[in-house]
Ligand binder design. Structure first.
Ligand SMILES: [Zn+2]
Length: 131
């Protein structure tokens, strides 16, 4: 890792279509160079639907490594339209994303880490939905 490299971490769907929009949004809006990705199909829904504790623990462990080793100061939680893994309405994605953000804030995150909810809309544009 070069000294000038900066990272955010995104809990994202596995869908390939969200990756470029989220990277572009992060570069423009939070000034990071890279976005590390933790993905599951329908991440915003699956984190709320009784995932096996081993899977949640695995995600928490991976998140901890990225926050620590990449000094990531932003966790992005994203959901998107046309999602195969969480096929709900745009409004329901907003609800899910906000709830996942709340859940992550209860995860004993390192000091100064901000959790931001993002919805990738039907035009594949990123909307920030939490502040
Ligand atoms: Zn998806």
């Amino acid at each position: 890792m070069k000294p000038n490299e900066t990272f955010a971490t995104c809990l994202d769907c596995a869908d390939g279509r969200t990756k470029e929009p989220i990277l572009a949004w992060a570069r423009k809006n939070i000034g990071v160079q890279w976005v590390d990705l933790l993905t599951r199909a329908g991440m915003d829904g699956s984190l709320l639907s009784g995932l096996h504790p081993v899977i949640v623990e695995d995600l928490r462990n991976q998140l901890g490594i990225l926050l620590d080793k990449h000094q990531s100061k932003h966790i992005l939680v994203s959901g998107h339209c046309e999602c195969a893994g969480n096929p709900v309405s745009k409004e329901m994605h907003r609800v899910c994303i906000r709830q996942v953000c709340q859940m992550l804030r209860s995860w004993n995150l390192p000091e100064g880490v901000e959790v931001i909810g993002l919805l990738v809309n039907e035009a594949w544009e990123v909307e920030r939905i939490t502040y």
